[in-house]
Ligand binder design. Structure first.
Ligand SMILES: Cc1ncc(COP(=O)(O)O)c(C=O)c1O
Length: 369
């Protein structure tokens, strides 16, 4: 009889559905692990940068001790990279941690959080986790409708989550639109600008949002080492905001929320410009490979600015799960997005050219079944 434990708003949480691990698919479908292609979790197909492996090897000898609770060296490296004081930076166990910490630090039960329909699933979880009210604003062309989000902010709203680019749809908001939004948001509302996929943006779309933090005291920019930097398994991300926000976040976070290996690897990855450049180039080529194939197959897709593409694989609500099952049987793991209210779609992460080719062939077969 556990149904009475905990608050009602916690019991109402639908747990996060992660991409299926390779070993699980191999077991379930009787496949050889080595033959499986996983394009499900927006990971970097190059894996961990060699520079980070070396840094971790060195850091491994010190694992008997607790990590630096304040992440001095990593914060110093980030402070230099983004030209902000070190005490404007909060480290997180992945940027997921930053999102959670923000909800806990800035919102109390009964207050409200605004986010967009079809935006990252963790926004709903973080809102639910603090017992706040969800204000979900209908998307426009699968992306954020910032004027509508501004209008949706009410007297109880304390936080707004914006993903740019957005996951799972891949949509992008230009700098001018975000600035216009920030100019009008009430001063007591914190805006979390989640830029997990920032490093994949083409140069003409890049803007230094860390600079905006100097102008907007209610802005928290969130970044991660999980995507372009190739460190998803280590769990390291960070937030940049003025001290009035970071001070509160620092009170809420776990004392040792980023482990020693992650801190060492993140510093190495941050300085590995070549790896980042190669990752972005592979991503741009893979995007072209996917979108050309989808066009040939007559499939609708949402133009993406991230390392994944949302593609419509049928017109009936069972299409996503049907095609997903066929792909799994063929040893290809992608992400069904029925939980986002997109049951006709699948989200496919961009991999290495040969992995993308395997997905395209398997998808072609699945659609013909
Ligand atoms: C938009 C967005 N934000 C944040 C995250 C969290 O990533 P991590 O916790 O690995 O930094 C993800 C992961 O998929 C994401 O898509």
């Amino acid at each position: 009889m556990t149904k009475n434990y905990g608050p009602e708003y916690v019991r109402a949480i639908a747990p996060y559905q992660a991409g299926k691990p390779i070993a699980e698919v191999a077991r379930e479908f009787g496949l050889d692990e080595a033959s499986i292609v996983k394009l499900a979790s927006n990971e970097n197909p190059f894996g961990v940068p060699e520079s980070a492996v070396q840094a971790m090897t060195a850091a491994a000898t010190d694992l008997g001790r607790y990590p630096d609770a304040n992440g001095f060296e990593l914060k110093a490296a980030l402070s230099k990279r983004y030209d902000v004081p070190a005490d404007w930076i909060t480290l997180g166990n992945g940027s997921n941690d930053i999102l959670e910490i923000a909800a806990h630090a800035f919102v109390e039960r009964g207050q409200a959080i605004v986010y967009s329909q079809y935006s990252f699933a963790v926004y709903a979880l973080a809102t639910q986790g603090v017992g706040a009210r969800h204000i979900v604003v209908p998307a426009q062309a699968y992306g954020h409708d910032l004027p509508a989000m501004l209008a949706a902010i009410d007297a109880e709203t304390r936080l707004v989550f914006i993903a740019n680019p957005n996951n799972p749809t891949g949509t992008f908001i230009p700098a001018a639109d975000i600035q216009a939004f920030l100019d009008k948001v009430p001063a007591n509302v914190v805006v979390v600008l989640d830029e997990a996929y920032n490093e994949f943006l083409a140069e003409e779309n890049q803007f230094e949002s860390a600079e905006w933090v100097k102008k907007y005291p209610n802005l928290l920019v969130s970044r991660t080492f999980s995507k372009a930097y190739g460190l998803a398994g280590l769990r390291v991300g960070f937030g940049i905001a003025q001290p009035a926000l970071t001070d509160l976040m620092n009170r809420i976070r776990q004392p040792f929320n980023v482990n020693s290996m992650a801190q060492a690897a993140a510093i190495a990855a941050l300085n590995d410009k070549d790896f980042l450049k190669r990752s972005a180039a592979n991503n741009a080529a893979g995007y072209q490979q996917f979108t050309e194939a989808f066009t040939q197959l007559g499939l609708e897709f949402v133009p993406s600015y991230g390392n994944f593409v949302l593609v419509k694989v049928g017109n009936d609500p069972a299409a996503g799960s049907r095609v997903n099952l066929s792909l799994l049987k063929q040893g290809v793991i992608v992400r069904p997005v029925g939980n986002y209210g997109l049951p006709e779609w699948l989200r496919v992460s961009i991999g290495l050219p040969q992995e993308n080719a395997v997905l395209i062939a398997a998808l072609t077969k699945a659609l013909a079944e």
